[in-house]
Design a protein around this ligand. Structure first.
Ligand SMILES: *[C@@H]1O[C@H](CO)[C@@H](O)[C@H](O)[C@H]1NC(C)=O
Length: 285
């Protein structure tokens, strides 16, 4: 009797935990396709999403939920081969004219030439905070994890767990921080051959279309915003969790390694662009 009831409890616990794992990242539940007229597809029972682009149209999706802070991971496999002119954008964005936004954009290239990972941060409708990187692997050969940690103190962009960029809350210096507008996750695959590849010099090769990018293993530990209130997933699992997470010294060292070896543009170093002086958040101290 005792053993059969504990077996029952174990079975229930296993059912609950497998349900939670399954619901942690299901594209059917967590996202909706927003445009592309059949060019975006959710496959394998919600475990895989693909976007495609051809001469007539690109495609895109967005999250059902709006988030106000979170640690959001997604695995992407980018358009392979000659992807020049294509852009895969993956970003968080709020609504309205003074929106907040956190961007990853992947600019395609000719076969064998490197993608550019373009990043930007908008607070209250103002961006101009671009940083660009090459990657230390071929992002079209396999899935890689692109993460955004967004908490009240900082925004960290990471690739396969390696931080590449940190934007700290510097409200004390008068720099608006992203902290009061909930954002949805958005992604789209579109044609930008008027600017993306060396300023529009290389055109999209439509004979290689349709172009396809794939997504899997979405995971969000986050605060979900709904009818004016926020509810957060447990943050107590690792030292207070993501809501107060900062970069330890090892992570900072790895970020310096990426920035030293793979960063190809940094607005904070572009003195020509800001003749009146670099933006306030660029001074480190
Ligand atoms: C494409 O490859 C060229 C040559 O390596 C490089 O200069 C450029 O930054 C790459 N990316 C884009 C988007 O043009």
């Amino acid at each position: 009797m005792a053993s059969s009831s504990s077996l029952m409890l174990l079975t229930i616990a296993l059912l609950i935990s497998s349900f939670m794992v399954a619901s942690a990242g299901n594209f059917n539940q967590d996202f909706k396709i927003t445009w592309g007229d059949g060019r975006a597809n959710i496959l394998n029972d919600g475990q895989l999403l693909t976007l495609s682009l051809d001469k007539a149209s690109g495609s895109g999706f967005e999250s059902q939920n709006e988030y106000l802070f979170g640690k959001i991971d997604m695995q992407l496999k980018l358009v392979a081969g000659n992807s020049a002119g294509t852009v895969t954008a993956y970003y968080l964005k709020s609504e309205g004219s003074t929106w907040d936004e956190i961007d990853f954009e992947f600019l395609g290239n000719l076969s064998g030439d490197p993608y550019i990972l373009h990043t930007n941060i908008f607070s209250q409708g103002k961006g101009n905070r671009e940083q660009q990187f090459y990657l230390w692997f071929d992002p079209t050969a396999d899935f890689h994890t692109y993460s955004i940690l967004w908490n009240p103190q900082r925004i960290v962009f990471s690739v396969d767990g390696t931080p590449i960029r940190e934007f700290k809350n510097q409200e004390s210096k008068g720099v608006p921080f992203l902290k009061s507008q909930a954002m949805r996750i958005h992604s789209s695959l579109w044609n930008a051959d008027d600017w993306a590849t060396r300023g529009g010099l290389v055109k999209t090769d439509w004979s290689a279309a349709p172009f396809t990018a794939s997504y899997r293993n979405f995971n969000a530990e986050a605060c979900i915003w709904s009818s004016g209130a926020s509810s957060c997933s447990s943050t107590s699992t690792n030292n207070g969790g993501w809501l107060s997470q900062e970069l330890d010294s090892t992570s900072q060292e790895r970020m310096r390694w990426v920035q030293k070896n793979y960063m190809i543009y940094n607005y904070c170093a572009d003195v020509k662009r800001f003749p009146q002086g670099l933006p306030v958040e660029c001074s480190t101290s």
